[in-house]
Design a protein around this ligand. Sequence first.
Ligand code: C2E
Ligand code: MG
Ligand code: MG
Length: 496
Amino acid sequence: ADFYRQMWHQLRDTGAWSGEIWNRRKDGSLYPEWLNISSVRDEGGQASHYIAAFSDITERKAAEAQVRHLAEYDALTNLPNRVLLQDRLGQAIAAARRAGSCLALLFLDLDRFKNINDSLGHTVGDQVLCQVGERLLTAVRASDTVSRLGGDEFVLLLPQLESPAQAASVAEKLLHTLATPLAIDDYELAVTPSIGIAVFPEDGEDGDTLLKNADAAMYVAKESGRNNYQYFTAAMNARVSQRLLLENNLRQALARQELALHYQPQYDLHSGTLVGCEALLRWRQPEQGLIPPDRFIPVAEETGLILPIGQWVLREACRQAQAWQDAGLPPLVVAVNISAVQFRQANLAALVQEALAASGLSPCWLELELTESMLMEDGERHTQTLAQLKAMGIRLALDDFGTGYSSLAYLKIDRSFIRDLPQDAEDAAITTAIIGMARDLGLETLAEGVETEQQWSFLAERGCAQMQGFLRARPMPADEITALLGRHGSATPANG
Ligand code: C2E
Ligand code: MG
Ligand code: MG
């Protein structure tokens, strides 16, 4: 309506109008036309007629699109060419910079392609390039770009990367897709690629640098025997292969019963009584020995393995807590660490409920340790999950604390603040402030990583309620807790 209003407006004012409009043919099909309208006026100067002249510009439009296509696409394979790649790369870098995320460029060059061209002729060579292009497309997401720079050089842009290591999985997939020989005329042709990977921002802040470094990495792949991929940085290569190994092993860990929980006692700082314990995951890998959680939990989170593992932890911790009570030992609050990935699941409350039901443990003896970053992520669901858990009677604690949240039972002060107490003036000030602030918020505090008597008394003097640390006890197998509980007598829920 607006369009026509303006058209009439101009016709009245100037007596003429011209422009592009969509019109319909008699057969119902739409086409673009170029329309000129001029008015014919009578003696009194009033418009009596309008004369419209139009031309069908379908072909001109098609030609324009064709020109654009020729400028941005490779004529042989119909893949984006360097121009379009650079355009998309520029946009992807800007988006990644805004989001603080990473992206990867994969530079792929066919091994010994020249042989095919020289021995079988260019027609066969061209068909090889087209088929390779098609296969590459099947191996990536729709949001990725597969481009051909010329010759036998392809460049893939992966704009949405969860981690630099993910580029390796894509490279593996590309190697796999090209592993089946190509059928061309009567030939079965085996082609293999060498792939170089550059990751933003580590390997370059701009498109040209990334392209150059992916190219350099591709040459390293050629030198290391072809049919493989290499990251631009050696450190990245080492990290990725280590990580892949870790990931493969971790997939087996649950089934092979390599995971166990240790429990670290938590004490009341004033009476010295045992009030609870934190369940801490241990992985004894047959070949590599004990792997610390800081190394494998991030991998479990990235791969989603944290969901089955986390559920096992919940069930096992509840089972153990109930087993202690069934043995007639004084009840003890067991704290379980919850990963952000678990917290984001829709049904966390239901899963917790299931672990409680399976063990028969009353919710007041289960505590979930959440982290600040989880609570900072906003979202209706998070608030809802928190409310559900609280309504179930489960205790919630904030691990690795920095800011306060009033629905929690207590704050756990991160080990890094406790380590240099009481000498480090800054840590002393921060710790004192946290304890004071928590008190004002009506929360209790638990200091983590207490290793010395001086730290104990510093914290006790400032009103910190509880401690956990090597000074009193290290994480230990369940049966040692059994012994400890037997000796200790009463344990009360840490926050009444
Ligand atoms: P966290 O939840 O902050 O656990 C406390 C860490 O501090 C534990 O490390 C514990 O062994 C260590 N610690 C306690 N007292 C002392 C001390 O006096 N001195 C020193 N130097 N260290 C002390 P750990 O067991 O290596 O666990 C590391 C992190 O791994 C945990 O930090 C937690 O974030 C994560 N984690 C452990 N088990 C699980 C689990 O079952 N699920 C999830 N999602 N994360 C877990
Ligand atoms: Mg914890
Ligand atoms: Mg902690």
